[in-house]
Design a protein around this ligand. Structure first.
Ligand SMILES: [Zn+2]
Ligand SMILES: [Zn+2]
Length: 131
């Protein structure tokens, strides 16, 4: 292995034509030594670019990791919701069927002129509860 090779195209400051060795944390901007002393970034937190790159790479990595976790989570949840939705629809259909047959029974009951019987049945139930 050879020693460190200097990067062929080191980015230079467009204003001062100097190597961008500093990173302004506030403006998220790369600065050269001359920019650094300019009043524009006077009270801004500055970091050596290597350090900033490492920090941001780390941050970015953990950000991407948590983001992909979130995406996975959301995918799982939406899948679950979709199947839940299906289940719910199924349940509603079943309930509708049940209700429909109940209504049919009730109608049948009424048609047969058995309202009185129904009322007495209801009253019986009430009496039992009251005792
Ligand atoms: Zn500069
Ligand atoms: Zn700045």
């Amino acid at each position: 292995m050879r020693g460190k090779r200097k990067r062929q195209e080191e980015p230079l400051c467009k204003k001062h034509r100097e190597g961008l060795a500093w990173f302004c944390e506030k403006d998220l901007e790369l600065l050269c030594a001359q920019c650094r002393v300019s009043s524009d970034h006077g009270d801004h937190p500055l970091m050596p670019v290597e350090e900033a790159a490492a920090t941001h790479r780390r941050k970015l990595k953990s950000y991407i990791e948590s983001l992909s976790e979130q995406i996975k989570d959301t995918e799982i949840r939406s899948e679950m919701q979709m199947s839940k939705c299906f289940e719910l629809r199924q349940k509603i259909e079943n309930e509708k069927d049940e209700l429909h047959s109940e209504v049919k029974q009730l109608k049948h009951f009424l048609e047969k002129g058995q309202i009185a019987r129904l009322i007495s049945l209801l009253n019986e139930e009430t009496n039992v509860q009251e005792n």
